[in-house]
Design a protein around this ligand. Structure first.
Ligand code: PLP
Length: 351
């Protein structure tokens, strides 16, 4: 029956990280350092867990389709902005594409970057145009803005996955001034950086800031994403969205997590402390990072080789070979718990 499947999915889809329990079994470890998916090694805040429990008891009812309580919690956390929500930022990305783009239209992506923009836009029938970054992985704002002309939607990730690079707000402003469509700025890792793009929302009506609860807020398994959107855009997003995509338990957990400032500051401090060590104590050149991971250039090895070598030492990291537009000699390493980071530094030092 496979002839029924669309050609784009017949061969490949999203590249997932290797499973920790498989690696543990294969190499005889009780536990594996899970540094491949940029998760927060800390479990969710107790406030998130309690709120989720309470919501579970009302699970017979559909959630509020507008997610008013979550939007209110987001306004308490960020200030007076408009928000839309979804099942992970991935869900938000999909809905934004569906809201704006007709099949056959162009969608522009600054690469190398997170692969899901291209996958989601392509699956929707859009023509994806990848615009390579400069050699130092900064954005070529001129080339990017030129490509955006005539396109209704473009994706830019900052801090960028997998390079860790931040695009300064001044460069984002340059792009926003030059384009006539929408810019989706993916801020999945902005909580780990010093940069704040939120003031741009007050100035531009063609900007969307994508956010996730999967990283600093420790809710990757609950799939909560949201975005800052211009007021004019919100009602159309709601029309295009899958009904009730974000479930009530996850939404309640997100509200709880937003209220735990200790969880956030502790994680941020932990990440910046270890990031410094990852950047200076590995034998491979590392790119400066503003995220909870670093990218290492492992040449003359390939990324795939180093992933296997580290797996044999009980450390799971991500090869960057699946990121469009990157060479085959990079790995991405998340900042994990102390014992995980120690094991990684020891393992990578002995390659
Ligand atoms: C992790 C990640 C996301 C998506 O997160 P969700 O878990 O779907 O909320 C989006 N963009 C980038 C760049 C990411 O790394």
């Amino acid at each position: 029956m496979q002839h029924l499947i669309r050609a784009r999915f017949a061969r490949q889809g999203y590249a997932y990280a290797k499973k920790a329990d498989e690696v543990a079994r294969e190499h005889g470890f009780d536990r594996v350092a899970r540094l491949a998916s940029n998760e927060n090694p800390r479990p969710p805040s107790p406030l998130a867990v309690e709120a989720a429990h309470a919501a579970l008891r009302a699970g017979n009812r559909y959630p509020d389709e507008r997610m008013d309580a979550l939007s209110q919690a987001l306004r308490r956390y960020h200030g007076d902005f408009r928000f839309v929500t979804g099942a992970g930022m991935d869900g938000v990305i999909e809905t934004v594409i569906r809201t704006i783009v007709e099949p056959g239209e162009r969608v522009v992506v600054a690469t190398p970057t997170f692969s899901f923009y291209g996958i989601a836009a392509g699956a929707h029938g859009a023509v994806v145009e990848n615009i390579p970054r400069n050699a130092d992985f900064s954005v070529d704002t001129g080339a990017f803005a030129d490509a955006c002309r005539g396109a209704k939607l473009a994706f830019l990730c900052s801090p960028n996955n997998p390079t860790g690079t931040t695009t300064p707000p001044s460069a984002v402003r340059e792009i926003l001034d030059a384009i006539d469509g929408m810019l989706f700025l993916d801020n999945a890792y902005v909580d780990f950086s010093e940069t704040d793009y939120r003031p741009l929302m007050r100035e531009y009506d063609n900007l969307i800031l994508g956010r996730t609860m999967s990283k600093i807020f420790s809710l990757a398994g609950l799939r909560v994403g949201y975005a800052f959107v211009p007021a004019w855009f919100e009602p159309f997003y709601l029309r295009a969205a899958t009904p009730f995509a974000l479930n009530a338990v996850s939404a309640a957990a997100a509200i709880g997590a937003l209220g735990d400032s200790e969880h956030i500051t502790t994680t941020r401090d932990h990440v910046s402390r270890w990031r410094e060590r990852f950047l200076t104590e590995t034998p491979f050149p590392a790119l400066p990072s503003d995220a909870n991971f670093v990218m290492l250039d492992v040449a003359p090895h390939t990324g795939d080789e180093v992933v296997d070598l580290l797996a044999a030492k009980g450390v799971l990291v991500r090869s960057c070979t699946s990121f469009p537009g990157l060479g085959d000699h990079y790995i991405r390493v998340s900042i994990g718990d102390d014992w995980e980071n120690d094991r990684f530094l020891k393992a990578v030092g002995s390659l």
